[in-house]
Design a protein around this ligand. Structure first.
Ligand SMILES: Cc1cc2nc3c(=O)[nH]c(=O)nc-3n(C[C@H](O)[C@H](O)[C@H](O)COP(=O)(O)OP(=O)(O)OC[C@H]3O[C@@H](n4cnc5c(N)ncnc54)[C@H](O)[C@@H]3O)c2cc1C
Ligand SMILES: NC(=O)c1ccc[n+]([C@@H]2O[C@H](COP(=O)([O-])OP(=O)(O)OC[C@H]3O[C@@H](n4cnc5c(N)ncnc54)[C@H](OP(=O)(O)O)[C@@H]3O)[C@@H](O)[C@H]2O)c1
Ligand SMILES: *[C@@H]1O[C@H](CO)[C@@H](O)[C@H](O)[C@H]1NC(C)=O
Length: 489
């Protein structure tokens, strides 16, 4: 009710006294005096923040700006194609996007097409939730050789991220080495080794499917700098590897020395995961498992206590031919144990190297604080430090770890902080702000044409239609041009 007593400073002509400054803006009705929040990035963090804001107050209006013409961030471009159930969150996000107090502006790159300062002028609050578009680098010689890819790019490629469309990884070698043992590493290993008849029923892109069908990779090693008790992936993903048809595990028994004893001491999730690793590495297989293993044409395995030192080129220097790994020992125990090099090294021949050691957020606006060591926007409970009216959520707030549920929780926390600030007066919402009406003229002047949510629905329908023809849930459009074309016809 508070907003209805305010006077509309910017839009007196649009004011309708009975409804407290209700005007009409494009398709959606809007209250020119209501608090206006803009969100940067339409991934889980953006949508969960928007959802909480809209549900908690009847007057808040939320606009979501997104770099790509299509929404949902890593749910579309990260989550593995063979995990369709994870993508069900899209239904909730769609409900939020279709809410009368929420608008989607795709194809708008904040930092390039419009500055954060301009957004601050148009909105009472700005929430940064643009995720982690970069990746950590190994920082070793040979990292930029052909045949070496960041997992982020490889994942973007098989999931149809326009930026990674031209990756064309060379899958003609026998062995692939993945550095890092998180769930992303396991996603990549699984995609490299899955039988075609499993993949072809997913929304993996057709070019990726075609290349994978020709793949000659027979062995995938997933390399960690620490030990089995420090592995970063979760049990479900390891189980999927164990159950992958036509593969057998190949582990090094010595890596598991002392683990059977140590496992007794650890909390339950870690204990169950370690027990599965022990069983896979050391137990005598059942007869059925023995038969599977003897017939398997492909091999996967974890390698522990190894850090990348250098990617070694082929004799003609054209591409990667091997990776040199430092042999480590552990100092300390448990989650906090650290890897210390013994001085020994080991070379593993491989034609494909995938570095899966983490994503990384990047700064988008030089005027905003950015902690380049932690690669996050420095914040206190989602309030960006030294920048009143600016908030952050998702991976940009916490760093690039955590599942969608984690992202949901931290986004709700940020929304709560923002609402608290509105209620306490720490966030000034007393003067009217133009919202998108202050931004669209700037975009127009700069030749940027935003994509609305109904435009995305056209893209969505087209992708589903193309998918049906291929026996897949969808066939993604692969370029921004093609997306815009479909959105505008
Ligand atoms: C490969 C991979 C697989 C995963 N699989 C799972 C899984 O199976 N289950 C699970 O629970 N979690 C999974 N996760 C984790 C989950 O994806 C994250 O928790 C979640 O996506 C983080 O949300 P976010 O909104 O912070 O970032 P993002 O999802 O990255 O969203 C950020 C959005 O901001 C946009 N953006 C970037 N820059 C700009 C800009 N300058 N202007 C405007 N918009 C911009 C991006 O295009 C993107 O849409 C996975 C993560 C990865 C990397
Ligand atoms: N199915 C799913 O639910 C799913 C799928 C994909 C991703 N996700 C989530 O998304 C998040 C990100 O996943 P992620 O796999 O990118 O990250 P992650 O879980 O943090 O794993 C990163 C891995 O890289 C290693 N690493 C980091 N720096 C290294 C270095 N300099 N040298 C060698 N190794 C290094 C880490 O080892 P140390 O432990 O030694 O640091 C770890 O094994 C995770 O929370 C993950 O669970 C979930
Ligand atoms: C999110 O928060 C709820 C409620 O506090 C909690 O039960 C749940 O475990 C959290 N989820 C994650 C993934 O952290």
């Amino acid at each position: 009710v508070r907003h209805s007593v305010r006077t509309c400073l910017l839009f007196p002509l649009l004011s309708a006294p009975s409804a407290g400054c209700v005007g009409v803006c494009g398709r959606a009705p809007f209250s020119s005096c209501s608090p206006k929040v803009c969100i940067v990035g339409a991934g889980p963090a953006g949508f969960y923040t928007a959802q909480h804001l809209i549900k908690s107050r009847q007057d808040v209006e939320v606009d979501i700006y997104e770099r790509l013409p299509v929404p949902f961030g890593l749910v579309r471009f990260g989550v593995a194609p063979d995990h369709p159930e994870v993508k069900n969150v899209i239904n909730t996000f769609t409900q939020t996007a279709q809410h009368s107090r929420c608008s989607f502006y795709g194809n708008v790159n904040v930092g390039t097409d419009v500055s954060v300062k301009e957004l601050q002028q148009a909105y009472h609050a700005v929430v940064l939730s643009y995720g982690a578009e970069g990746n950590r680098r190994m920082g070793v010689p040979g990292e930029d050789l052909a045949g070496v890819h960041a997992a982020k790019d490889f994942v973007g490629w098989y999931n149809g991220l326009p930026d990674n469309r031209k990756l064309h990884p060379d899958l003609s070698c026998e062995t692939a080495v993945i550095l890092g043992q998180g769930n992303v590493a396991l996603d990549v290993a699984r995609i490299l080794l899955s039988p075609m008849d499993m993949l072809k029923k997913t929304d993996i892109t057709q070019p990726a499917l075609d290349l994978l069908a020709e793949s000659r990779i027979r062995r995938v090693l997933i390399v960690g700098r620490r030990g089995p008790m420090q592995i970063a992936c979760t049990i479900k993903e390891v189980r999927e590897m164990v159950n992958l048809p036509d593969t057998r595990p190949e582990m090094v028994a010595a890596d598991f020395k002392g683990i059977a004893e140590a496992v007794k001491e650890v909390p339950r999730p870690r204990k169950r995961l370690t027990e599965l690793l022990l069983k896979t590495a050391l137990d005598v297989p059942t007869e059925k498992e023995q038969e599977k293993r003897s017939k398997a044409s492909r091999v996967w395995g974890f390698r522990f206590f190894r850090s990348p030192v250098e990617v070694l080129p082929a004799p003609d220097l054209s591409r990667a031919a091997a990776i040199r790994l430092a042999v480590n020992r552990l100092e300390g125990s448990g989650e906090g144990a650290s890897a210390v090099p013994t001085g020994e090294v080991e070379d593993v021949p491989c034609g494909l190297v995938i570095s899966s050691i983490g994503y990384k957020s990047l700064p988008i606006d030089p005027l905003l604080p950015f902690d380049s060591r932690k690669a996050i926007v420095p914040n206190t409970m989602g309030r960006v430090q030294k920048t009143a009216g600016v908030y952050c959520s998702g991976w940009l707030k916490t760093g690039p770890t955590g599942v969608i549920g984690t992202t949901m929780n931290n986004s709700f926390d940020t929304a709560r902080a923002l609402l608290e600030d509105m209620d306490s007066g720490a966030l000034d919402v007393s003067s009217a702000k133009p919202g998108s009406q202050g931004v669209t003229p700037l975009l127009e002047k700069r030749g940027v044409k935003p994509v609305e949510f109904s435009d995305w629905e056209k893209i969505d329908n087209e992708e589903i239609k193309r998918g049906v023809a291929m026996g897949k849930p969808r066939e993604k459009l692969l370029s921004v041009d093609e997306m815009l074309h479909v959105a505008r016809t």
